[in-house]
Design a protein around this ligand. Structure first.
Ligand code: URA
Length: 233
C-alpha cells in the first residue's frame, strides 16, 4: 500500500496532508527517513509519523454533524474560536472534517477517520452536489434566478449550472434552495452577491443523497450503512 494511503487509513491525516508530512521529512519507515512520495509499505513495516508509531486500518467512523453557527471547521484556530472538533470529542476518535463550512454557516458537515475516503470526496474532480437553504435580503427576481441557474462570475471563476428554487418570497427577504456542484470558498455567498442579494442565513441541508433532516444544531449521528455505501461508490 502507498505510504500516503497507509497514513490516511491510520486516521492520522488525509491523504493529501500525508503527502505534505512525507515531503516535510516527518515520516520514517523502519527507522529510515522517507521524504519522497510513492513509497510502497510492505507487511511488517513500522511507520512513524512525527516520531510516533502509527497503526494501520482502524475501524472507520463516519459522522454527520449539524454544525451550528459560530464554530470553525478546523482542528485548531489561532483566534481561539470554538471548533467543530469540540462537538464530536465524545466519540473518542480522531476525526477530520470532509470539506468545510464557514464560521457563520450551519448545517451538514461530515467527519471521519477514514482519510482515504476524505481524500476522494474532497478531490475537485468528484463534484458532489451540495444543497443549501439560504435566506437572502431583498427580492429574487426571475432574472436573478436565471443568472444563478446558468452560472455567475464570482471573481475569476464562473460557477457551473445550479438548481435554484424559491421556497418563499417575503416582502424584504426570500428563502431559496440552491444546489451547486463545486466547493469554492464562500461560493454561495459570492453567488448571491454577484446578482445583488446579500445572504443573511446559510444552511447546508444535503450532500448528494445524504439529508440533514431533523438533526439539531450541535448534534451528530453515525451514518447508516447505506449512506456510507453511497459515499464510497
Ligand atoms: N458557501 C458559502 O458561502 N459558505 C459555506 O459555508 C458553504 C458554501
Amino acid at each position: 500500500m502507498r505510504l500516503n494511503r497507509y497514513i490516511a487509513s491510520a486516521g492520522v491525516a488525509s491523504r493529501r496532508k500525508a503527502d505534505q508530512l512525507i515531503e516535510a521529512g516527518q515520516v520514517r519507515v523502519n527507522g529510515a527517513l522517507i521524504d519522497v512520495l510513492g513509497y510502497d509499505v510492505q507487511p511488517g513495516d513500522k511507520v512513524e509519523v512525527a516520531g510516533r508509531l502509527i497503526e494501520p486500518a482502524k475501524s472507520h467512523v463516519y459522522i454527520m454533524l449539524n454544525k451550528p453557527k459560530g464554530y470553525i471547521t478546523s482542528t485548531a484556530d489561532e483566534k481561539d474560536r470554538p471548533t467543530v472538533m469540540s462537538l464530536v470529542e465524545d466519540t473518542g476518535e480522531r476525526l477530520f472534517p470532509i470539506g468545510r463550512l464557514d464560521y457563520n454557516t450551519q448545517g451538514m458537515l461530515l467527519l471521519t477517520n477514514d482519510g482515504d475516503l476524505a481524500y476522494h470526496l474532497t478531490h475537485p474532480k468528484h463534484q458532489i452536489p451540495k444543497t443549501y437553504r439560504v435566506r437572502v435580503n431583498g427580492v429574487l427576481s426571475p432574472e436573478r434566478i436565471a443568472r444563478l441557474r446558468k452560472g455567475v462570475d464570482i471573481g475569476g471563476f464562473v460557477t457551473s449550472p445550479a438548481q435554484v428554487e424559491v421556497v418563499k418570497q417575503l416582502e424584504r427577504s426570500a428563502v431559496v434552495e440552491i444546489t451547486i456542484h463545486e466547493g469554492k470558498n464562500r461560493q454561495v455567498r459570492k453567488m448571491f452577491a454577484a446578482v445583488g442579494n446579500k445572504v443573511i442565513e446559510l444552511e447546508r441541508v444535503a450532500i448528494g443523497q445524504l439529508k440533514l433532516g431533523r438533526l439539531k444544531p450541535g448534534h451528530y449521528r453515525n451514518l447508516t450503512a447505506r449512506e456510507i455505501d453511497w459515499l464510497k461508490q
